[in-house]
Design a protein around this ligand. Structure first.
Ligand code: NAP
Length: 294
């Protein structure tokens, strides 16, 4: 079978072009810059690299960043920073880079990010709203995966989808998103028996494990759609969670160049949307105030 590559860079470029135009319009309309606050705590090299890539992407589309890189911190200290940023009218979105050092209560900190600035969609309230199908920022990586499928007009409804990995940033939210799009979803994890069988029965497979090439090429059903979100370094090379499904899959994302670029583009889009929504809210409040004054 001839497999088609789902080119994440092409999807990301299309999103970035659209965001760049809208950021330009926003600045012209309001005379204000859109600003994303980024927070990295600890010494995780990968986190620092990811945030650098996100800042560069912001620069490409005209979004400003305010960067906080802190060697170590406490949960209480971090919460204070987040609360200050929540109140800061110059900040439109807050990105708290995962993973945080073990001494910090990560979810507690995500949950302190105000809903309107939670552009990475990792708070419990954003997750809950998204899972209920309400309007909220979805976590960037799973939202990016849905964007890839939509970009290539891949129908989700009625398909059997298998998600491998159940983290709250990736496996769980992508399962809820696929379910919201009427897929029949199986969510697998380290205690799943017969992983191979679950994969063999699936039309769409989302790999979100973080184990290099754990999933073998011959586990996939002929014609399946494979999205590999895994990003692992082996001998200086980045590899996914699955062996390349070239020749078996109908469509698949490469590693690198698949899910990663779209994750970043989604963050940009969410930051723009957050800024637009904040302006709408202010306009509405002003209108109510004027009405009330009459
Ligand atoms: P994580 O928090 O470590 O979660 C890994 C999940 O995989 C867990 O649910 C774990 O199950 C499951 N798992 C581990 N071994 C397994 C096995 N042998 N069989 C089945 N399931 C197994 O990882 P994550 O943060 O979700 O990240 C997953 C991967 O995605 C990593 O490679 C990461 O780098 C990548 N990622 C990429 C992007 C991007 O933008 N491209 C963004 C985020 C993450 P248990 O729950 O039972 O332990």
């Amino acid at each position: 079978m001839k497999s088609k590559i789902l080119d994440g860079k092409a999807v990301a470029t299309a999103i970035e072009n659209d965001v760049r135009n809208k950021v330009y319009d926003f600045e012209n309309n309001y005379g204000e810059k859109i600003t994303l606050a980024t927070i990295v705590i600890g010494d995780d090299k990968a986190s620092k690299t990811y945030v650098k890539m996100k800042s560069k992407a912001c620069e490409r589309v005209g979004i400003h960043t305010r960067e906080y890189v802190l060697p170590s911190f406490t949960t209480e200290g971090l919460i204070k920073i987040i609360e200050t940023l929540n109140e800061d009218p110059e900040i439109n979105g807050i990105l708290l880079q995962h993973p945080l050092p073990k001494n910090i209560d990560e979810q507690k900190c995500f949950d302190k990010i105000s809903e309107e600035k939670d552009v990475d969609g990792l708070s419990s309230h954003s997750f809950g709203k998204m899972a209920f199908g309400e309007n909220a920022f979805g976590a960037a990586t799973p939202t990016g995966i849905i964007k890839i499928l939509d970009f290539y007009n891949i129908n989700i409804e009625g398909k059997k989808a298998c998600v491998i990995g159940r983290s709250s940033i990736l496996g769980k939210p992508i399962s809820a998103m696929l379910l919201n799009r009427n897929a029949t979803v199986t969510l697998c994890h380290s205690k799943t028996k017969n992983l191979k069988e679950e994969i063999q029965n699936s039309d769409i497979v989302i790999c979100a494990v973080g184990r290099p090439e754990l999933i073998k090429k011959d586990w996939f059903k002929e014609g399946a759609i494979i999205i590999d979100a895994g990003y692992n370094y082996v001998n200086g090379k980045s590899v996914g969670d699955a062996e390349s499904p070239e020749g078996i899959a109908s469509f698949y994302t490469p590693v690198p160049g698949g899910v990663g670029p779209v994750t970043i583009a989604t963050l940009l889009e969410n930051t723009l949307k957050a800024a637009q929504k904040q302006k709408e809210n202010i306009n509405q409040k002003n209108k109510q105030y004027i009405k009330g004054g009459k």
